[in-house]
Design a protein around this ligand. Sequence first.
Ligand code: ADP
Length: 342
Amino acid sequence: MPREPLLQSPPKYDDDRDLRPQRMQDMVGQREVYARVRIAVEAAAKRGEPLGHILFDGPPGLGKTTFATCIPHDLGVSCQVASGAALAAPKDLLPYLTNAEERSVLFVDEIHRLPKAVEEFLYPAMEDFRVDIILGEGVNARTLNMRLRPFTLIGATTRTGLLSAPLRDRFQMREHLDFYSLPELAEIVTRNAKKLRVEIVDPAAAEIAGRSRGTPRLANNRLRWVRDYAQAKADGTITLPVARDALEMLGIDVLGLDPQDRKYLETIGRVFAGGPVGVEAVAHTMNVAPDTLVDEVEPFLLRSELVVRTPRGRKLTPNAFEHLGISPAIDVKTAGQPRLFT
Ligand code: ADP
C-alpha cells in the first residue's frame, strides 16, 4: 500500500512574530527614535504613570508594529491591538477602551483610516481618559460620561499627511521611521539567519541587505527565500552566489527593486515619456490601486532619487532611465508606443 505523505506543520519559524524583536534593546537601527522613546519609557516607569501617547509614521515594514509591541513588553504592561480600518464606529472602539488596564497600551495600526466619528470619540479618551456615550435619540438623547483607566495609545500610520491635525496634536510624541542603512539591514539578516538556524557568510548577508530596499520586512522575506533556495539547490549554506541566484530568480535587481517597482518606473518611462504624470494615471495603467503605489512602491523610489514629485506629477530622474537602460530622448518620441527597451 502506498504510504500516506507525511503531513508536517510548516516550520514554526516561518512567521513574522518569530523574527520580530521582543524588546526595544533587540531592535537594530532607528537609533535616534530608540533613544527618545527609551527616555520616555524609563521616565514613565519611574513615575509609575502611563506613557504619553506615541504616533509612529513611515513606510510599511520599517518597525512601527515592532516598536508598538516592544514598548509594552519593556514597561511590563498589557497590550491590545486594533486596526483603524476595522473600527468603523465608536461602538467598535469602546470595548478596547473599557478593557484597557491601568497604564496598558492600545496599539491602533493604520490609524489614518479611522472614520471621523471614531476619531472624535477618541479625543476625550486620549486627553482626559473618559468617553462620552450618547444614549437615545433626538430630544431624549442623554450623554453618559464614562471614566477610563489611564492608558497609552500608540498609533501607526504610513500616511501622516492623512491624519487630522487635532488627532496628530493629541500625541505627545510623534516619531518618523526612516529606511535602514545597509550595515543595519545586514546586521538584521545575520541575526535572523541565526534564529532560522541557517549558515550565512557576511558577503551574502550584505547582498541580501543591499537588495532589501532599506526595509527589515523585505530583508526577512528575502532571507527566508534565499534560505529555501540554499537548502533546495545548494548545500544549505547561504553563500554570495546562492544569494545572488536566488534573488535574481525572484526578479529582484541590484537596487533591490522587484518586478512591481520596475513596472512602475517603466510605465512612467515608456507610456508617459518619463512624466510628469499623476499617480492615478500610472496606477490605472498598471491596474493597481493608487494607494499601493503611494504607500508601498513610491517611498523607496523617491528616497533613492529614481523618481521625483513635481507640482505636475511624478517624473523619472536620469538615474531611473540609466537603471532601466532606456534613453529619455528616445522615449519622448515613442511615447504611447509599444516598448522599445529591453
Ligand atoms: P511596520 O509595522 O512598520 O509595517 P513591522 O514592525 O511589522 O513594520 O516590521 C516588519 C518586520 O521587520 C518585523 O516583524 C521585524 O521582524 C522586522 N523589523 C522591523 N524593525 C526592526 C528592527 N528595528 N530591528 C530588527 N527587526 C526589525
